[in-house]
Design a protein around this ligand. Structure first.
Ligand SMILES: [Zn+2]
Ligand SMILES: [Zn+2]
Length: 134
């Protein structure tokens, strides 16, 4: 699949999503395997600028046949109409695999704690006392 832009309910806007998936039938249900890459709009945790971060995930999700549902209620079930919504697992797994601190570039200089300017763009008189948030 390829989507230049896609919104996944309820809150995830993705850009340049590309991915592959297979669905295979097993004894218990349908096994979805997916490999996803995309970009999300994110705030740099150092300089607070918005940028597009590359994110990726690969995952497996088993959708059990309705008549085989067991005690574990967290199991996904094959919907009665037979349509599996790929958006939900893609969102869940992408968010799960999101790095804690997204930074816009490896050598992002962050912001000045005194005056708040973005040190990637300018320097200020406090530059040697700056603290880089990490
Ligand atoms: Zn940054
Ligand atoms: Zn400053």
């Amino acid at each position: 699949m390829e989507y230049p832009e896609i919104f996944i309910d309820p809150d995830l806007q993705l850009f340049n999503l590309s991915g592959r998936y297979t669905i295979s039938r097993t004894r218990e249900g349908l096994l979805l395997q997916a490999w996803i890459e995309a970009e999300i709009e994110s705030q740099c945790s150092r300089c607070l600028d918005l940028f597009r971060a590359k994110v990726s995930t690969d995952f497996e999700e088993l959708y059990v046949f309705g008549n085989r549902v067991q005690e574990e209620l967290d199991e996904e079930v094959v919907p009665e109409d037979g349509y599996i919504d790929l958006g939900k697992p893609i969102r869940d797994y992408l968010l799960l695999d999101l790095p804690m601190n997204l930074i816009c570039k490896q050598d992002c200089k962050g912001i000045c704690v005194e005056c708040g300017i973005n040190l990637n763009l300018q320097i200020c008189e406090h530059t040697d006392r700056r603290i880089i948030f990490d």
